[in-house]
Ligand binder design. Structure first.
Ligand SMILES: Cc1cc2nc3c(=O)[nH]c(=O)nc-3n(C[C@H](O)[C@H](O)[C@H](O)COP(=O)(O)OP(=O)(O)OC[C@H]3O[C@@H](n4cnc5c(N)ncnc54)[C@H](O)[C@@H]3O)c2cc1C
Length: 422
């Protein structure tokens, strides 16, 4: 079958990998000149399958009110006349109950776990490297109350069988020795030894290189304008004014997916949530993190990526605006200076913003649609790098199952389409 993948971010490229593996002829389209140039470009680098959780959780609405008065708040709301924003926010609040959390969390965790298995196999198959490390991640707590809350989380992790350790200050310093310089700011931590880290952009570029050698075609600098439907199928995609035909289409346009899907009357509950990152070279190895350290108070993660460190966080609700705002840069920089003051030359920092495609529940939109040959893979929010391989494999399985004459998929897991109205 000829399958067109719309979008060349980490989600589109992993989807292309599994489609090609399943024997399909695959063509990837993206408006950028290279792959992984938008949200997949400079994220926090965590493949945090062990701690995959929805942002919508009990207690978050109260914290959000507190953050309104905090200079270094992890959440920023820029009110605007945008019905999609307010509809999304209302749905997000509806997901902040214990009952919804208990439904959303296992779905996310299941996909993240499956994704980790797929990533390990993909790495074995392709041999690609991307500043990847398998050293786990450490969530840091700066006060006793946060440490107490972590005990509840550890309870959930134990029940779900996720390897983890609750650590006191000294044990945290053994995991991340550079923190000894600021040891008095730390009360304890939660260590997830199974988590991994790596540069998502490098991974996407490296995987695309392998795919190109295996026959996948790439059409870069190509703007996807709309889809054309007829008789319950997608007849074609209009790309740079030309109609492109295929047996199946996968929409993996990240935050821009809802716009394209609307052209054939489909609505998905995805809204762009801006995040910030800051990258700087490591000057002193002993003063830098070994892997990822997540500062629970500011919700900023600092990750070692080869000879660089990257700090990332902030959730800013301001539509499709990608502008880099000074106050949010100060917050990210503050966390680096506070925890790793001697890691690298702060004057060489480079800032970046990206738009997470977020659903209110945190559960991504992965699956088929009412058009028999149209599939969607988006809405992974804050966990797109973590979920990419699993979600790509799922979509490839679905496409293959619907192909006449194809054998059934080898393995399948179910993730709901997060209340999508199709
Ligand atoms: C600050 C920050 C930190 C993050 N940290 C982590 C982390 O540590 N771990 C984790 O798991 N996830 C993290 N994420 C989330 C993760 O980066 C995303 O979920 C993931 O990159 C989404 O990939 P994607 O392929 O769906 O989207 P994108 O990478 O945005 O890809 C979409 C592609 O579609 C293309 N496109 C869009 N519209 C069109 C069009 N009309 N025509 C042609 N092409 C088009 C774009 O050019 C782009 O290449 C973070 C995100 C941010 C912002």
């Amino acid at each position: 079958m000829k399958v067109v993948v719309l979008g060349g971010g980490v989600i589109g490229i992993t989807t292309a990998y599994y489609l090609q593996e399943s024997g399909h002829e695959v063509v990837v389209y993206d408006r950028q000149q290279g792959v992984g140039m938008e949200t997949s470009f400079a994220n926090a680098g965590q493949i945090s399958w062990g701690y995959a959780s929805p942002w919508a959780a009990p207690g978050v609405p109260f914290k959000a009110i507190k953050w309104l008065f905090d200079r270094h708040a992890p959440l920023v709301l820029r009110p605007r006349l945008d019905p999609a924003l307010w509809t999304w926010l209302a749905a997000f609040l509806r997901n902040c109950t214990a009952a919804r959390y208990a439904i959303n969390k296992p779905q996310i965790l299941r996909l993240a776990r499956f994704s980790h298995e797929c990533l390990v196999a993909l790495r074995r198959d392709t041999g690609i490297r991307y500043d990847d490390l398998q050293l786990g991640t450490l969530q840091l707590f700066r006060d006793d109350a946060a440490m107490e809350r972590a005990k509840l989380d550890a309870d959930i992790l134990r029940r779900l069988g996720v390897p983890h350790r609750l650590l006191g200050r000294d044990a945290c310093l053994a995991v991340e020795p550079a923190l000894a310089r600021v040891g008095d700011k730390i009360v304890g931590g939660l260590h997830l030894p199974g988590d991994e880290t790596g540069d998502c952009h490098k991974f996407t570029v490296e995987l695309a290189r392998v795919l190109h050698a295996r026959g996948v075609q790439f059409r870069m600098g190509a703007r996807v304008e709309r889809l054309c439907a007829g008789n319950g199928r997608i007849a074609g995609a209009i790309i740079d004014g030309e109609s492109v035909a295929a047996d199946a289409f996968v929409v993996a346009l990240g935050s821009w997916s809802p716009r394209l899907l609307r052209t054939v009357g489909l609505r998905i509950p995805v809204y762009p949530v801006k995040g910030y990152s800051a990258t700087l070279p490591v000057a002193d190895e002993d003063a830098a993190p070994r892997s990822t350290v997540m500062d629970e108070r500011h919700k900023v993660a600092i990750t070692r990526l080869g000879g660089r460190i990257r700090a990332a966080g902030i959730a800013e609700l301001s539509g499709y605006d990608l502008s880099i705002r000074p106050q949010q840069c100060r917050t990210v920089r503050h966390v680096i200076e506070d925890l790793y003051p001697q890691a690298g030359p702060i004057e060489e920092i480079s800032y970046w913003t990206g738009l997470r495609a977020m659903t209110p529940s945190g559960v991504p939109v992965v699956g088929g649609t009412r058009y028999e040959n149209l599939f969607v893979n988006t809405g992974h929010g804050t966990l797109g790098w973590t979920m990419a391989c699993g979600a790509g494999q799922m979509v490839a399985n679905l496409v293959s199952q619907r192909a006449p004459g194809q054998p059934p998929a080898k393995r399948e897991i179910a993730v709901a389409a997060s209340g999508a109205s199709y």
